[in-house]
Design a protein around this ligand. Structure first.
Ligand code: 26V
Length: 811
């Protein structure tokens, strides 16, 4: 396919030696592994720079439309391995390092994950950047350069402890500070009206401000010489006061501004799915949006003179509602600074912005108190008021006399700014992230908006990048696939379907399962090193790795493990296929139930793993600090992928796709993208259970589910629930898990007990299926062979063609 550039090993060695000397005043044989990592990274960056410059020249020359992917989160993970892969020099560098007696894996392990995101939404943004560059679409990622990313998780005595993630401690070899593009961002103060040439001008006064300074990171396309940019903003103090002056007011203001600058980018909010309404969070949002929009406008104006055509060259994709203030900020710039009339500006804005919804969980919906919003962003708030006033008129025109519609749809209501409503009003497109999710948005959550403007609504089913989650994460399977069908799959994942001719071939089945086995050995080694637990690579590796949330039902998973253990204790000779249950999950720091669930998983693990009477038939492993880098090991090693959210709650899921790509069978509900996974692989090749989204929503509407009915009628459920409160897993404190018990018995918001039997039965089917080795191998191979649809390349092509109308650049 793509011809490999000629790689000069000797040149690379020389560069490496020279880098180590320049950076650390050491010879290669004296350098630490961290120093060698840095030196390798600088060599790789050196390889990137020319392409980076050329790419941006080409964008300017060809004057192509550009997407700005606006996101509070980019969960990038490590860059070095990924960059080498996309530069097509991974194997060459590995071999060269080997010749120097160096181990590439150890060197890659020196790089901290860039964890500027919580989970699905942030990782999706990272996958999208990889696909945009690989497909040759002009794109910027715009975000925040948090000083501290997602916290590191330590498990102490079974409890999660959060440790700050000082990811920039040794510097970041890949980033470049772009001082020349710094802009000012203003907060607070008041709005004054001045007359300029007979026209009213609104001027913000008495404000505090910070200097937003961008840092650029290269996003290397796969084998195409294209390098896009992730631009993350840092805040610096503006020190324009006179040091000689002892004016107290000036001095205090300077100190305040310094504090503001220091706090804005300090830390990523480690909250996933819960809106807390913190002022600093809104400051973060406006900070990076104002800076990004200002730069986008300035860049456009360098080569274009009619701002009324801005949307022909620029589109802003809003990753959830977090960047939605972009709608008002663009209006502010167009009206106040560029002098457009309101209607003209609104037309441009509406044609520039597009909004992606990532959740229907009510507690995640962003609403800001007007008091806070207007105090922090006085001019932007005035603009939101005007947008709202006009939007309400539109609603009235469409539904004369219908006050209910206004109550439900207004942007400003009940003392709050409803960000989703602002996003919908100010966008040309509103999309969900899987077919089922989009349908729920249209029929339920956003129904009024859909009825009023159906043309805006569309679906873009999520995807993942195969470059990281197969080529880098599972090199054995990647080269096996390439041996069978060539390497086109790397940039065209649909080609995986050509593997289907091999699924009944016994030799291929053996090869496939042998690779799975080796990956299980690799993960078992990691588990031994990190948890001190011996796990059997011949057991079924049953994995649930994702953020901890009640709707994702990690609790149901561990309750089922507790049930299995009871069965084994009651019937010691029971013949079950040995299982290793693997969990990985971070809980938001203030999420009590989630943290207690982590403690429960660890308590169950301790008891079961140390009970010799069950002969190691079940093991439970909680992987500490689940993150992008160790996720790659887990996906590659999994036999079973647990995707067990309460139907209707998981917008899409993307871990489900990563497992599938690596040949794991899905154990899941008909939720999110699981529906489409089952459609691709066939329902006989997945273990589906539980209530449907329709059924869940019916129960929710009618309120006619009583978990006590299940409790009273189901002996197995009663036994495991009792074990939560009788000290079976916490003899020192029998009441420890009372909160979980109460939540299940009193409300069971997520239908855990109602789905339990069906879940248990699905596990029985897994046990039976795994015994038929050949059939399992066939089914596992079919997963990989059917995963083509779930490439983020496909997703991005859909965004680019159907929404953004981008053209590819030619180099
Ligand atoms: C929400 C909030 C609420 C305010 C406080 C901070 C904060 C931070 C992140 C979020 C995002 C929640 C939405 C989210 O992560 N959704 C996930 O998006 C994935 C990509 O589309 C999708 O696969 C998951 O199903 C969905 O839960």
């Amino acid at each position: 396919m793509i011809k490999k550039d000629t790689f000069d090993k000797e040149k690379f060695k020389k560069e490496l030696e020279s880098n180590v000397r320049m950076l650390f005043r050491r010879n290669l044989d004296e350098a630490t592994t961290q120093q060698i990592y840095q030196a390798v990274a600088y060599s790789v960056k050196d390889d990137i720079i020319d392409n980076w410059i050329e790419t941006h020249k080409a964008y300017e020359k060809q004057d192509k439309k550009m997407v700005y992917y606006m996101s509070m989160e980019f969960l990038m993970g490590r860059a070095l391995g990924n960059n080498m892969i996309n530069l097509l020099c991974y194997d060459e560098v590995r071999e060269t390092l080997e010749e120097l007696g160096l181990d590439m894996n150890l060197i890659e392990d020196q790089e901290p994950d860039a964890a500027l995101g919580n989970g699905g939404l942030g990782r999706l943004a990272a996958c999208f950047l990889d696909s945009l560059a690989t497909l040759g679409y002009p794109a910027y990622g715009c975000g925040i350069r948090y000083r501290y990313g997602m916290f590191k998780q330590k498990i102490e005595n079974g409890y999660q402890v959060e440790v700050p993630d000082n990811w920039l401690k040794y510097g970041n070899p890949f980033e470049i500070k772009r001082d020349e593009y710094a802009v000012e961002v203003k907060f607070g103060g008041y709005v004054d009206v001045e007359m300029h040439n007979g026209r009213q001008k609104f001027v913000q006064k008495g404000y505090q401000s910070v200097r937003a300074v961008p840092y650029d990171m290269p996003i290397v396309g796969y084998g195409n010489h294209i390098v896009n940019t992730l631009r993350i903003w840092d805040a610096e103090a503006i020190n324009n006061f006179n040091l000689d002056s002892f004016d107290k007011g000036e001095y205090e203001k300077a100190v305040e501004q310094e504090n503001l600058a220091r706090t804005i980018c300090e830390v990523l909010y480690p909250n996933d799915n819960h809106m807390a309404g913190k002022e600093l969070r809104l400051k973060q949002q406006y900070f990076f949006i104002s800076a990004s929009v200002q730069r986008a406008v300035a860049k456009y104006k360098q080569t274009h003179d009619d701002i009324r055509k801005f949307h022909e060259k620029v589109t802003f994709q809003l990753n959830d509602t977090h960047p939605t203030v972009a709608v008002a900020e663009l209006m502010r710039i167009l009206v106040d600074e560029e002098g457009l009339e309101w209607d003209e500006a609104w037309e441009v804005t509406r044609k520039t912005c597009a909004y992606t919804n990532h959740t229907i969980m009510a507690e995640a919906l962003e609403k800001w108190p007007i008091e806070l919003f207007s105090r922090l962003l006085p001019r932007v708030y005035q603009i939101v008021e005007e947008i709202n006033r006009r939007f309400v008129i539109e609603i009235q025109n469409k539904y004369p006399g219908d006050q209910e519609k206004i109550r439900k749809m207004a942007i400003l209501y009940d003392g709050q700014v409803r960000m989703a409503h602002l996003a919908i009003a100010g966008s040309y497109s509103v999309n969900g992230v899987a077919r089922l999710h989009t349908e729920i948005l249209k029929k339920r959550e956003l129904r009024d908006f859909y009825e009023m403007m159906p043309e805006k609504f569309n679906n873009k089913t999520n995807g993942i990048t195969q470059r990281r989650f197969l080529l880098h994460g599972n090199p054995l399977l990647a080269s096996w696939v390439t041996d069978k069908i060539g390497d086109d799959w790397i940039t065209n994942l649909d080609h995986l379907k050509h593997l289907k001719v091999y699924v009944d071939d016994e030799k291929c089945q053996q090869e496939f399962m042998n690779i799975k086995y080796q990956n299980k050995v690799r993960l078992a080694k990691y588990i031994k090193e990190h948890n001190g637990i011996d796990v059997d690579p011949r057991s079924i590796f049953d994995c649930q790795v994702k953020r901890l949330h009640e709707y994702k039902r990690q609790l149901m998973n561990i309750l089922h493990v507790m049930y299995l253990y009871n069965e084994l204790k009651a019937h010691p000779d029971m013949d079950i296929v040995p299982r290793t249950f693997i969990f990985g999950a971070k809980a938001a720091a203030g999420y009590y139930t989630a943290k207690l669930t982590i403690k429960l998983i660890n308590a169950v693990a301790d008891k079961i793993n140390n009970d010799p009477s069950i002969n190691g038939k079940i093991k439970v492993v909680f992987i500490e600090d689940y993150r992008v880098s160790n996720a790659e090991l887990i996906f590659a090693a999994a036999d079973v992928s647990e995707q067990i959210s309460t139907a209707s709650k998981e917008a899409s899921g993307t871990g489900n796709m990563k497992f599938m790509l690596n040949g794991a069978l899905t154990l899941g509900t008909m939720d999110g993208a699981n529906v489409e996974i089952v459609e691709e692989v066939g329902k006989d090749n997945a273990f589906i259970f539980g209530l449907s989204a329709e059924q869940v929503m019916e129960y929710e509407k009618n309120g006619n589910y009583n978990p006590r009915d299940v409790y009273n009628n189901n002996q197995d459920v009663r036994q495991v629930l009792t074990q939560l409160v009788n000290g079976f897993y916490s003899p020192e404190n029998p009441e420890l898990f009372r909160a979980l018990y109460d939540a299940l018995l009193e409300k069971d918001t997520y239908f855990t007990l109602l789905d339990f039997d069906s879940y248990k039965e699905a596990h029985n089917r897994i046990d039976a299926a795994y015994r038929d080795e050949q059939h399992w191998a066939r089914t596992a191979m079919l997963q990989t062979a059917s995963a083509g649809k779930f490439s983020s390349d496909r997703t991005i092509e859909e965004y680019a063609k159907e929404m953004w109308h981008l053209e590819k650049v030619t180099l």
